[in-house]
Design a protein around this ligand. Structure first.
Ligand SMILES: Nc1nc2c(ncn2[C@@H]2O[C@H](COP(=O)(O)OP(=O)(O)OP(=O)(O)O)[C@@H](O)[C@H]2O)c(=O)[nH]1
Ligand SMILES: [Zn+2]
Ligand SMILES: [Zn+2]
Ligand SMILES: [Zn+2]
Length: 238
């Protein structure tokens, strides 16, 4: 577990004021760096989207299919976050877009300082300084990433059909702090008990401003709405 987010703290330590102080100053430093990242990304002319979900909800697959569908009409770059391995970055690189892998070495979320390094590394990649959308795929975890502003403009939370519809209520911070909620793997709806409308309603109760989409990267269902959203993100930026 990570030292930064405090998720490794034992309950009996949470009333230790020193621990709370250190935690708060780490978060303040993160927020300051996130502000710089946002300025940096805006100077590049890009919009950043931070993707948050449990492991395996389909973040990388969605990116792969999006790059295929969008071709070169929107210039996409990706910062991949994982605890170990550069497997996700290899998958994205195979699609021909600039990508950087950040490995956190154990930490369960990306922080703004890591993303700052990632932006500079991405700019050195071919085409990495001329982007329309910078996707940041966070470490698979629905808890800690919700606390860390990375300098993104939009935060997107995914829940896949096999995970079940109760995630918004159980992990409210991810849904409070996001602008978009994606229900992924809808091709699996015939095999799982996932009432889409109930899950949508529960998420909207937590955050009425959420834009909710249901899609399948495998079948392509719901992709039109997703691509329209990305085009709108680019249009609003100008
Ligand atoms: N049936 C179905 N499977 C999917 C879909 N999208 C992704 N998958 C599968 O789900 C598994 C995990 O997908 P990934 O895209 O690697 O998930 P991820 O969120 O990037 O995973 P982490 O990076 O480990 O957090 C893979 O076996 C994918 O093939 C989908 O729309 N439908
Ligand atoms: Zn954590
Ligand atoms: Zn992934
Ligand atoms: Zn910088």
């Amino acid at each position: 577990m990570c030292d930064a987010c405090g998720c490794d703290l034992k309950p009996e330590h949470t009333h230790d004021s020193k621990v709370v102080e250190v935690h708060q100053s780490l978060l303040a430093a993160n927020t300051a760096m996130a502000v710089k990242n946002r300025e940096h990304i805006e100077k590049m002319g890009a919009v950043a989207i931070n993707m948050i979900s449990s492991p395996g909800s389909g973040k990388t697959t969605l990116l792969e299919k999006t790059i295929e569908a969008i071709g070169d009409t929107i210039r996409i770059g990706v910062i991949e976050g994982d605890i170990e391995t550069d497997r996700d970055a290899e998958r994205i690189r195979a699609k021909g877009v600039p990508v950087v892998q950040l490995t956190t070495g154990g930490a369960c979320h990306l922080d703004a300082a890591q993303v700052h390094k990632g932006i500079h590394l991405l700019e050195k990649e071919e085409g990495g300084a001329e982007l329309d959308i910078l996707f940041i795929e966070n470490v698979g975890n629905l808890v800690c990433p919700a606390t860390f502003d990375l300098g993104e403009h939009h935060r997107l939370v995914l829940v896949s059909v096999p995970e079940g519809p109760d995630k918004p209520a159980k992990y409210p911070k991810a849904f409070h702090s996001s602008q978009v909620f994606i229900i992924s793997k809808t091709d699996l709806l015939p095999y799982f008990d996932f009432p889409v409308e109930e899950a949508k309603a529960e998420a909207l109760q937590l955050n009425p401003n959420l834009q909710v989409m249901a899609l399948s990267a495998t079948s392509g269902e719901g992709f039109d709405q997703w691509l329209d959203y990305l085009r709108e993100v680019c249009r609003k930026r100008q």
